[in-house]
Design a protein around this ligand. Sequence first.
Ligand SMILES: [Zn+2]
Length: 515
Amino acid sequence: MIDLSFVIPSPPEFRVKTSLAPPKPMSVRLQRGDYKPWEPRVERVKKSDKKYPGNFTVRLKQTVTLWKLLHSSNLGGRLLGLKSLIILFLVGCFGAPPVLAAKSRGVILFLGDGMGTATVTAARIHKGFLEGKEPPASGTLALDAAPRGATVRTYAADCLITDSAAGITALATGQKTIDGALSAKPRLDGGIDTLRTVLELAEAHGMSTGLVTTTTITHATPAGFYTHTLFRDKEMDIALDAIPGKTRSRIGDGIEVLLGGGRNYWLPKDVETGIREDGRNLIREMESAGYAAVGTRDELNRAVAAQQKKILGLFGPSHLEYEADRPRTAPQQPTLTEMTRAAIEVLSRNPKGFFLMVEGGRIDHALHANNGYRAVTDMLEFDRAIAAALAMVNKETLIIVTADHDHTMVLSGVPAPNADVFSQAGKDKNGKPFTTLVFGNGPSGIKSIPDTLTTAMMTDPDFQERAGVPLPYEEHGGQDVPLYAFGPERYLKLIKGSMNNTDVFPVLRDAVLGK
Ligand SMILES: [Zn+2]
């Protein structure tokens, strides 16, 4: 397989070197990630070397950006039989053709906030149901293709069940800390020890770095990579740490790509819905530091097409919308998949490589509300982002998918084998119905239980599955979480069996250092 990464110049012409003569007539198939393939017309095929008929140039009628040319010599017979070349291209989906560095080594951590095995299983069943798979549980997610996996213990330094702050600190720095703390540990003298993050390490080695999330960009998970504080809730202070050059953090020339929500924390009270008390407009300050500041999908696409080196994308005043709501309530917000693609486009231009963290941040929020539907739909969007990344990166890229902690959702009862996961699974001893998804605790434990459940009720996006212990918010679960890994074998061999969340950092570190 030949892996070529370059831009077709204008006119759109590329050279093919193979042991096979060009098929006649020849068709070219362009495919990028999970987009629909596109077949541009071939203007002409010219043999460039009489001795080697397999060396020829192809000229296309349309201008496209060539991303990857897949051409397998053992494809020979099929290739000639099909009279086509199967070519993977990057079609200039962001307007002007972007340039991807050929050998840029990537390290990507996909973090499903609160993504326990129940959420993964529920999403797989729902996807299988929508696709008509029989049984729905036989469907597949992008993460199911991972060649390596493990289970991960998630406990915090001061609590059996972690919050997202201590959880991300363990993954980002390799050290356990207390709930609420971000890449910092309290000292006995009242001070704090700051813990170096894998993102800071990547910056120190000249790599490009990026953080993509559906929460505020100052929320625990993304912030854990660039701030050092015991107080995760001080998001206005945390925003200051993302400004390169004048902060308590160590982010080198700055995190190249920051995409998520939380504009309010960056703007003073008199601008939009800003809430900063100090009068500072951090979006302006980031622009002065060389960032293109964008607020919509179109602006993001334009910034990527314009080959901006640094992008700050704040697409909503607070958290971004749940994927179940976004098309209706905020269609101008990019999806997690779109943000992931944009980040990889920008970051992979650095020949020294990149580190990227992508968070499906609101899986957690939906679960806190006992709302299985939004958790599952956000999980499926998270999985689409993984698929998009897998389609874009080269073989030298490490991709780890895991969670910071679980929740209390489980699948139980006796649902029919062909049922969707949003279905009735039985009746309790009082004759009241319950669904396949139920929760250990949470707000629906406070509500009265209906006598009947209809499909319309159970598939309503706002439906809250039953919970055992009544609490205002559903809580995190302390079970081990799953980990899935893709990439070079030298990193994958460290992924096995029962790991601690602090064991993930050395894998990320080695990949950043190229060990
Ligand atoms: Zn949470």
